[in-house]
Design a protein. Structure first.
Lengths: 345, 344
């Protein structure tokens, strides 16, 4: 009952609990939080306390002393560390409620990967409840992404959405508020980073950290040859000499590094098209597919998929926030009793 | 090429429709609609439609904007410029909620939050306490006082209910005490006040009723001396009845207490020879009498004994309790104010 009372002082939230970033959309206020899903834990004897969450914790990644560990509690789109996820969510939920008068107890809609198991969904739900949510709804990520991209999900027409997140890529064909076909592959932005790290180690004999790999991906990464050539200076530890060295990477090398990972995504898209019912396939051929998620920001990824599939490919506007925004719109529809959007747990 | 493009955008950015911008640029680059359609994997009709700002082929706004951006990117012109132009024309129809920029909320201060919580808790507890106190005080004052003049119904053992009216006027309260000795089957009925006709008193399981005259004088005087009827003290009743010592244990207590209850509240009579301030509380702490009485007046108060009395100018007041005069002089202090209790 007390939760209900506190609920009066809380706003409804839509949370995109991603492997790389957590976004929170508040009804009526838009996206209010976009922070990395990283928690820094300080170990003091047997006490484990949260040292930092979000951006602050991400800065610590790979730079922590012995008593602090920076953890990414989400892995492949699902919870890897339950308690840390709960604390992170609690921190974020508090952060978006300016009022400190009462501990907030909002209604929360959380996005889950469409191929996640019952156990993983239950874990996310309980984690959100543990973080103080009054009521938790789950929605499948591609559905939220499609709503956020402005696709006509409620119409009797096939819409295809490819959501490339940090840990997973979700491919779904949606019609009449339902997912007709969905596929989730554990390939995403993190895998891009790993591919770049592996490439640099192999070709330059140097080790680079996660953050550097991500910077390389953002600045020179591309998915299709033929664009302008870009270069970046990076520093890493040379494995042979054991001392930090500086070297230059260009976009062709980045493309080379990403080739295999991109191939996995293209294969999954093609497989989804193969599996789709013919009527929906014809709708998709007519209108094309939509890319969302942080991976959609990879340069010329739309061109690659368009070339490979022969379909029009468009990148959603503001692809990073699509899922959270879509979740927010779904949350508004909850009050209109459009429950079919929501996934059962 | 870029010169042309620059001039174009400068000249036409504001007024040009997105279709014009795209078509001009395409013609500058010497591309045909079919070539563009092939690279975008769109039908040529759609590309024509985009250039003519005719979106019949693309009913969904999200796809429209996506195609425009893809087209602009293909031609290498500023996609935001094209989108802005599109929005200028169509924006109002399909306004979407704009995404507000990320605004990190400031870290709540833990101490402040705790302080606020603590203060709130204290205030709430205080309010609850006050409410409780108020409620209880209201309950105690709201208790219905025992009204002294209500008839008292008595169920007698022989089954005939009798209602006793408390005595009115000058007559003092009467007291009928019956005690029954089970062994002897005698019923004793005592009337205390000689001026009063004896009230009917019922007792005994046999239904026998005896007149006061049947009792001997000794019994009567014994009852007068020792009886405190409303106290319901059955021992005293037994003594008053002067029954056999062993029979006292067998006394029908029920009958005795019924009789005692029936006696009703006691009456205090005051007559003031001089002016006096008087206050009387009864056993329930009800103030049954208070006030400044002028000389020559008299007053009467009823209540449940014992009484607490405060009588000013005690030498000028005569008090009668149960018809007997009470000597105030022995209670009066040096200031001639009597403070004492009666009927204990």
């Amino acid at each position: 009952m007390f939760k209900r009372l506190r609920g009066l002082f809380s706003s409804d939230l839509s949370i995109d609990l991603g492997t790389a970033n957590t976004l929170i959309y508040v009804r009526g206020r838009g996206i209010v939080l976009d922070e990395p899903s990283v928690v820094a834990i300080r170990q003091q004897g047997n006490m484990r306390t949260v040292a930092a969450v979000g951006i602050d914790a991400k800065r610590m990644l790979g730079r922590t002393p012995g008593n602090i560990t920076a953890i990414r509690p989400m892995k492949d789109g699902v919870i890897a560390d339950f308690t840390v996820t709960e604390q992170m969510l609690q921190h974020f939920i508090r952060k978006v409620h300016q009022s400190t008068f009462l501990t907030p107890s909002p209604r929360v809609l959380v996005c889950v990967p469409c191929m996640s198991t019952q156990v993983e969904r239950r874990a996310i739900k309980e984690s959100a409840e543990g973080a103080g949510a009054r009521e938790v709804f789950l929605i499948e990520e591609p559905m939220a992404a499609a709503i956020g991209a402005g696709l006509p999900v409620e119409e009797a027409q096939g819409s295809m959405v490819v959501d490339i997140g940090g840990g997973t890529s979700e491919i779904a064909i949606i019609s009449l508020n339902g997912v007709v076909y969905s596929e989730s592959i554990r390939v995403g932005g993190d895998r891009f980073d790993e591919a770049i790290t592996a490439y640099v180690r192999r070709h330059y004999g140097s080790l680079i950290g996660e953050a550097t790999a991500e910077r390389i991906k953002e600045e020179i990464g591309c998915a299709y040859p033929g664009g302008e050539l870009r270069e970046i200076d990076v520093r890493g530890r040379n494995l042979a000499e054991g001392i930090p060295r500086s070297f230059t990477l260009n976009s062709h090398e980045a493309l080379d590094a990403l080739q295999e990972t991109l191939g996995a995504i293209v294969t999954a898209v093609k497989s989804a098209l193969e599996q789709s019912p013919p009527e929906l396939a014809s709708d998709i051929a007519e209108r094309g597919l939509v890319l969302t998620g942080g991976g959609a920001l990879l340069r010329d990824l739309d061109k690659l998929i368009s070339e490979e599939t022969g379909l029009p490919v468009i990148v959603a506007e503001d692809p990073l926030t699509c899922v959270a925004r879509g979740g927010g719109k779904a949350l508004e529809m909850i009050d209109q009793h459009t429950f079919e959007l929501l996934s059962s747990d | 090429m870029s010169d042309m493009h620059d001039n174009d955008t400068v000249d036409t950015a504001r007024q040009a429709s997105p279709g014009d911008m795209l078509r001009n640029e395409r013609e500058n680059q010497g591309l045909s609609v079919e070539e563009v359609a092939t690279s975008l994997n769109l039908r040529p009709a759609v590309v024509y439609g985009l250039e003519k700002d005719d979106y019949e082929q693309v009913p969904v706004a999200a796809y429209r904007r996506g195609y425009l951006r893809a087209y602009a990117r293909l031609l290498g012109i500023d996609e935001q410029g094209v989108l802005d132009a599109y929005r200028d024309i169509n924006g109002s129809i399909e306004t979407e909620r704009r995404v507000t920029p990320v605004k990190p909320a400031k870290q709540p201060s833990r101490l402040g939050a705790w302080l606020v919580k603590l203060v709130t808790l204290v205030v709430i507890v205080g309010l609850a306490g006050l409410t409780l106190v108020w409620w209880q005080s209201r309950e105690s004052t709201g208790l219905p006082g025992l009204s002294d003049n209500e008839p008292v119904a008595v169920d007698t053992l022989d089954g005939t209910p009798v209602t006793e009216e408390p005595a009115e006027g000058d007559t003092s309260g009467t007291d009928a005490t019956g005690a029954n000795s089970a062994g002897s089957d005698t019923a004793v009925e005592t009337a205390i006040d000689e001026e009063m006709p004896p009230l009917p008193a019922e007792d005994s399981e046999m239904g026998l009723t005896d007149d006061a005259s049947t009792t001997d004088a000794g019994q009567s005087s014994a009852a007068t001396a020792g009886d405190q009827p409303t106290g319901g003290d059955s021992e005293q009743s037994d003594v008053a009845a002067n029954t056999a010592e062993n029979a006292a244990e067998d006394t029908d207590n029920a009958a005795a207490s019924t009789q005692a209850d029936a006696a009703g509240p006691d009456v205090l009579e005051l007559s003031f020879n001089e002016q006096s301030w008087t206050e009387i509380f009864d056993a329930n702490d009800d103030r049954i009498f208070v006030g400044l009485q002028s000389a020559g007046s008299s007053a009467r108060a009823e209540g449940v004994p014992p009484f607490r009395l405060t009588i000013g100018n005690a030498s000028g007041v005569e008090l009668r309790y149960q018809g007997k005069p009470v000597d105030l002089d022995e209670y009066a202090g040096s200031n001639n104010v009597a403070r004492f209790s009666l009927g204990e």
